[in-house]
Design a binder for this molecule. Structure first.
Ligand code: ZN
Length: 229
C-alpha cells in the first residue's frame, strides 16, 4: 500500500515538474508555427502605408494603436541583439500611401473582413474592419498582431493537422507548408488562442519567428517537427 502511494506521489511530482517547466524549457516543449516558406521576406524593411482613409481623424487613434502594438510585438521580437541591425526584418513607413513610394503593403480601415490578401510576400494589402471608431483597444491590437503575422508569411495555427481536439475551428485561408515546433494553443495565429485580450506574442511565437527569419543566428536546437517541407 505504501509503495502504491509512493508511486502516486512520484507521478504527481513528475507532472508538477513538467507543468512548471512549460514555458521555461520552451525548446523541450517545441510548439508553433505554420509557415508558408516561399512567402518569407528576403528584404529587411517591409514598407507599410495607410490609404483611402489615411487622413480620417475618426480613426487616427486606431492607426496609432496598430502602429504601436506592431512595434512592441513583431518589430521588437525581430530586432534581437544577436542579429546585426541592418539585417532586422521590420515593418517601417506607416505614412499615407503615395503613388510611387515603393510601399509593400497598403493598410486601410473600412467595410469588409479583417483580412490580408495573401501571406507574406504574396500580400499587397491588409484591411482592418473595426465596427466603429470606438472599438475596444484590445480588439484592435489582437487583430493587428494576427494580420501582421500573416504579412510575415504565417498561416493559421489551427489549420495544422496536429491541432488538438480542444480547438474545433475549421482550417481557414491559405495554408503553410512547414511547421515549426508542435501546435501552439496560445499562438496569435490560432483562432483558439484564449489569451487574445493580452495583446502579446506567445513565447513560442517569439521563439520560432526568430528561427524562421534568422536561421543563421538562431539555431533550432529542438527536435525538428516538420510535417511537410
Ligand atoms: Zn487570420
Amino acid at each position: 500500500m505504501f509503495i502504491l502511494k509512493l508511486r502516486y506521489i512520484l507521478v504527481f511530482l513528475l507532472l508538477t515538474t513538467c507543468a512548471t517547466g512549460y514555458y521555461e524549457h520552451i525548446c523541450a516543449d517545441t510548439k508553433a508555427l505554420n509557415v508558408k516558406t516561399d512567402t518569407l521576406w528576403k528584404k529587411t524593411d517591409i514598407k507599410v502605408c495607410w490609404f483611402e482613409n489615411a487622413n480620417d481623424d475618426a480613426y487616427a487613434e486606431n492607426r496609432q494603436i496598430v502602429h504601436d502594438i506592431i512595434y512592441v510585438t513583431w518589430n521588437r521580437t525581430l530586432s534581437p541583439e544577436e542579429v546585426p541591425e541592418d539585417e532586422w526584418v521590420q515593418f517601417v513607413g506607416w505614412e499615407e500611401c503615395v503613388s510611387g513610394d515603393n510601399h509593400d503593403i497598403k493598410m486601410k480601415e473600412g467595410p469588409g473582413a479583417n483580412r490580408v490578401n495573401g501571406l507574406g510576400t504574396d500580400a499587397t494589402y491588409v484591411n482592418f474592419n473595426y465596427s466603429n471608431p470606438d472599438a475596444p483597444k484590445w480588439d484592435i491590437k489582437r487583430i493587428a498582431i494576427h494580420e501582421f503575422g500573416h504579412l510575415l508569411g504565417l498561416a493559421h495555427e489551427h489549420n495544422r493537422v496536429d491541432t488538438g481536439d480542444q480547438c474545433s475551428y475549421e482550417p481557414q485561408g491559405t495554408d503553410g507548408n512547414r511547421y515549426y515546433g508542435r501546435w501552439d494553443h496560445d499562438s496569435v495565429m490560432n483562432y483558439c488562442n484564449s489569451r487574445y485580450k493580452d495583446s502579446v506574442l506567445s513565447p513560442s511565437d517569439q521563439y520560432w519567428i526568430l528561427r524562421v527569419y534568422y536561421p543563421d543566428y538562431f539555431i533550432d536546437e529542438c527536435e525538428p517537427y516538420i510535417i511537410e517541407d
